[in-house]
Design a protein. Structure first.
Length: 425
């Protein structure tokens, strides 16, 4: 083995002359949803120390955003946690909207669509966490059925946004476009499918003796340790603490929806699995409430009524579901020079955001996802920084793994559900 500081570590261990074994787990491993390196020192099968090494998936997203307009930033942030892209977009857009001072002007229908897309995305993200976590300990069926349900959700996303992931759908001021005509019927079919198939996960795993033996008591981290390491999300709620920003610090109108915050009391990998399982049902409750509200608000606007912010100005989709409509093109190309100039400037230059800085946190499937945005009054962010929960959670790997077995490291990392695109950014 070689690379990085591994040669120096190996030399140091050789000089000690003891039986400690240094293992390079990674820098690729399935349970990480990305590229993570774990440096383990082991005494036999027991982990004496463990150090996570990150940065293998660094993309420079935050720096790139300083050279793009505020609206273009959405296309960058959506590629961070690529398993839950719509949450990245929402946190960023809420920050921009707070700087613009237009939070109370976002159309109601746009807010409902945001909540609908996020909650479906939460279910899809949890399906990946539960499915790949099960796969790591040999429960392959959990993974195959997990991706089956996720495909159904991604089909709906594709029908609405044109893409299965990396949507750039949620924009400052609202959403890129309204739902297609058949979206609500498609949504009802999806909800019926999930109601039928989500019980299978509990039947497969909840009381499965092998599953519980591999998960129960493994990756233990109590409430005190979670607080010390700034751990949030299902990992925190598995300690019995019902911290959920949708309830504690509501945004996007979450205070108007009926749902519960599931908790568990075991502080281990099994508790995190059960919390995610319960959260999928609560998200489904919210999705059903969104469907009712969307049915009652058909035809209402989905973008703020401000031509200096809405991007592109007065955009309506063409018959193919993509590009500008014939009416829009006719207007800007043949009827109004001012409209053409405005369209050109708002797309190429973008809108200006008043000077200031803001931090807006939301509850992503992994935990607290926050976006800190700084504006100098220009058409581009002066600085954009995202607090991804996976970054904090990886810091707690030594707490969960040291003193345990090598085989339990995989379970621990899988139960944290880190997505390295979000960790490294």
């Amino acid at each position: 083995m070689g690379g990085g500081d591994f040669d120096a570590i190996a030399q140091e261990q050789a000089e000690r002359g003891d039986e400690t074994l240094v293992i390079n787990m990674g820098p690729q491993h399935p349970s990480t949803h990305g590229v993570l390196r774990l440096i383990l020192e082991c005494d036999g099968e027991t982990v004496v120390s463990i150090r996570p090494g990150i940065g293998f998936l660094h993309t420079g997203i935050e720096k790139n955003m300083e050279f793009r307009s505020w609206t273009q930033g959405t296309a960058f942030v959506t590629r961070m946690d690529y398993v839950a892209p719509l949450f990245n977009e929402t946190a960023y857009c809420l920050s921009v909207e707070r700087l613009l001072g237009i939070e109370d002007r976002i159309p109601e229908r746009a807010q409902v669509i945001r909540v609908l897309m996020m909650e479906l995305c939460r279910i899809a993200s949890h399906l990946v966490a539960v499915g790949t976590g099960g796969m790591e300990i040999g429960a392959l069926t959990v993974m195959t059925i997990g991706f089956r349900e996720r495909e159904m959700i991604l089909d709906f996303f594709e029908a609405v946004t044109g893409l299965r992931m990396n949507h750039a759908y949620i924009r400052p001021g609202g959403v890129a476009n309204d739902l297609p005509e058949n979206a609500l019927s498609h949504l009802r079919e999806l909800v019926a499918w999930l109601h039928k198939h989500l019980p299978e996960y509990a039947a497969f795993c909840n009381e499965n003796p092998i599953f519980k033996l591999r998960m129960s008591g493994v990756a233990y981290q109590d409430l005190t340790a979670c607080m010390a390491m700034a751990v949030t999300g299902p990992v925190l709620r598995s300690t019995g603490f019902d911290w959920d920003l949708r309830k504690k610090q509501p945004y996007c109108g979450y205070e108007t929806y009926e749902f519960d915050v599931p908790t568990w009391d075991t502080c281990d990998a099994y508790g995190r699995f059960r919390v995610r399982l319960a959260e999928m049902w609560e998200s489904l409750r919210i999705v059903e409430q969104c469907a009712e509200r969307l049915e009652a608000s058909v035809g209402q606007p989905v973008m703020v009524d401000d031509p200096l912010i809405a991007w592109p100005a007065q955009l309506t989709l063409g018959p193919d579901g993509q590009g500008n409509s014939n009416e829009h093109i006719r207007h800007i190309m043949g009827e109004s020079m001012e409209a053409l100039i405005h369209h050109f400037k708002i797309v190429t230059e973008g809108f200006r955001v008043p000077p200031g800085q803001v931090y807006v946190p939301i509850e992503s499937p992994k935990g607290e996802l926050g976006c800190h945005v700084v504006s100098d009054g220009g058409t581009r962010p002066y600085r954009a920084h995202v607090r991804d929960p996976g970054f904090n959670h990886l810091q707690s790997v030594p707490i969960q793994c040291e003193g345990g077995m090598i085989s339990d490291v995989v379970v621990a990392v899988g139960s944290l559900d880190p997505v390295m695109g979000g960790v490294d950014r």
